[in-house]
Write a protein that binds this ligand. Structure first.
Ligand code: FES
Ligand code: FES
Length: 78
């Protein structure tokens, strides 16, 4: 499997309501940082995560975080 595409060399800040979300792990979605189905055939799958508290989240845009879907600073090493 190839490396994911770096959609953005930094996080997406999103205020999220409680609910389930699909974070794009392949980097090819046009609806970053969320999955839009573009991963088809890439071997990547979206990461499902659940938000229980409405607040601002920092979601990984570089697709290299070890704590996906959240930014862990790995984008600083690209
Ligand atoms: Fe990917 Fe920060 S944007 S680790
Ligand atoms: Fe990237 Fe679905 S579009 S994981």
């Amino acid at each position: 499997m190839a490396d994911p595409v770096c959609a953005q060399k930094g996080p997406y800040f999103e205020e999220l309501e409680p609910g389930d979300y699909y974070w794009c792990s392949c980097g090819q979605s046009k609806r970053q940082p969320f999955c839009d189905g573009s991963h088809k055939g890439t071997g990547f799958e979206p990461v499902v995560f659940t938000v229980t508290e409405k607040k601002m989240y920092s979601l990984c845009g570089c697709k290299r975080s070890a704590d996906a879907p959240f930014c862990d600073g790995a984008h600083n090493k690209i």
